[in-house]
Design a protein around this ligand. Structure first.
Ligand code: R5P
Length: 289
């Protein structure tokens, strides 16, 4: 079943799996409320509900909750397929009194009858621990690496993670291409949100750089990293990520910082979503058969 945010992706998933595609009817009222309606007979069916939670996050989240609840109330088993899982960055009480948002998300999923969750490149696999039913995060790194291999001609490429938290991700990516990698040390002030780059002992002069991240939101992390890498003499900079949220002026600021290209997957459909994640999602469900 396609949720309203992921019609194209759910169409290609259903075609690849050779299964029927249902579509939920969603109406939004002028005050922002939603009403969803399911027209199909879903009793005793295993339903993969595909709904990515990109901005407007809470808008798409509410559509998901209403649909999943109704599916389970009508007697189906709900397999949530949430290609971009919002709230996954706030997976801890980083400062006293903060909410670990993902813990609340997990409780909501459980309470409306979701039986399993599949997502793509969750921000940190630590977050999966909050869910009391089977959860899976599949990696888009092999698809990103394949894209680079087939489409880009790079000079002495270097893969770079804009922060240390992305080390294992960039390592997996660079191994697939057999290229060098480094992780920059970035720290973000939890009070002001400011991103600070720390010096790093790397050789980037004259090299083409591939910046790899799980997500780009405001673009701040990429801009800081690009500025730093340009200062060190890098040539082309290509940015690859799984989830391109691209909020506010992200695209303009990223381009202005000297990044030549932004490439992302279609977990979030937009102008830069050039890599299709259908294959890794379909492989996951085939492995459950
Ligand atoms: C942070 O740890 C993430 O991996 C991303 O680097 C970050 O969330 C991107 O956000 P923004 O584009 O706003 O810097």
């Amino acid at each position: 079943m396609s949720g309203p945010s992921s019609l194209d992706l759910s169409t290609s998933i259903s075609q690849s799996l050779g299964i029927e595609l249902f579509e939920v009817e969603n109406k939004s009222f002028p005050d922002g409320e939603h009403k969803v309606r399911i027209h199909n007979d879903v009793q005793d069916k295993n339903i993969i509900l595909v709904q990515s939670l990109y901005p407007s996050v809470d808008y798409h989240f509410m559509q998901f909750l209403l649909t999943a609840y109704k599916l389970s109330q009508m007697g189906s088993k709900v397999y949530a397929c949430v290609p971009y899982l919002a709230y996954a960055r706030q997976d801890l009480e980083f400062q006293r009194g903060e909410v670990a948002s993902l813990a609340v998300v997990s409780r909501l999923f459980r309470s409306i009858g979701v039986s399993s969750l599949l997502t793509v490149d969750i921000h940190s696999t630590h977050g999966l621990g909050y869910f009391s039913f089977p959860t899976y995060s599949v990696s888009a790194m092999p698809l990103l690496a394949k894209y680079v291999k087939n489409n880009l001609d790079l000079n002495s490429p270097l893969a770079v993670s804009p922060d240390f938290g992305g080390s294992s991700r960039v390592e997996a990516f660079s191994k697939l291409l057999d290229i060098e990698f480094i992780s920059l040390k970035k720290s973000r002030s939890r009070t002001t949100g400011e991103v600070i780059m720390e010096e790093s002992n790397i050789e980037v002069e004259g090299r083409d750089v591939i910046l790899v991240d799980d997500m780009i939101s405001t673009g701040t992390s990429i801009v800081r990293a690009a500025n730093y890498l340009k200062k060190l003499g890098s040539k082309r900079i290509i940015t690859l990520c799984t989830h391109a949220l691209l909020v506010n002026e992200a695209v303009n600021s990223i381009k202005a910082s000297g990044v030549d290209e932004i490439i992302a997957t279609n977990t979030i459909p937009n102008d830069v979503s050039k890599i299709d994640v259908t294959e890794i999602i379909v492989d996951h469900y085939k492995s459950l058969r």
